[in-house]
Design a protein around this ligand. Sequence first.
Ligand code: SF4
Length: 65
Amino acid sequence: MKPKINAEECIGDGICEEICPEVFELRDDGLAYVIDEDPPENLNDKIEESVEECPTSAIIIEDAE
Ligand code: SF4
């Protein structure tokens, strides 16, 4: 499961980082970034939760196996 963030949609509320700080990081520029582009499978649930909770649907999963 390879998450990406559409920077044009991100409003920087940091919800994804709160849910899964192993993968998402909110930076000083007010945008969230993916810090682990190929995270281990045991984080899949948290990544999916981040996708669901992101208010602007900015998180995209490239391979939702
Ligand atoms: S939850 Fe969505 S809008 Fe909020 S910081 Fe993360 S990617 Fe950006």
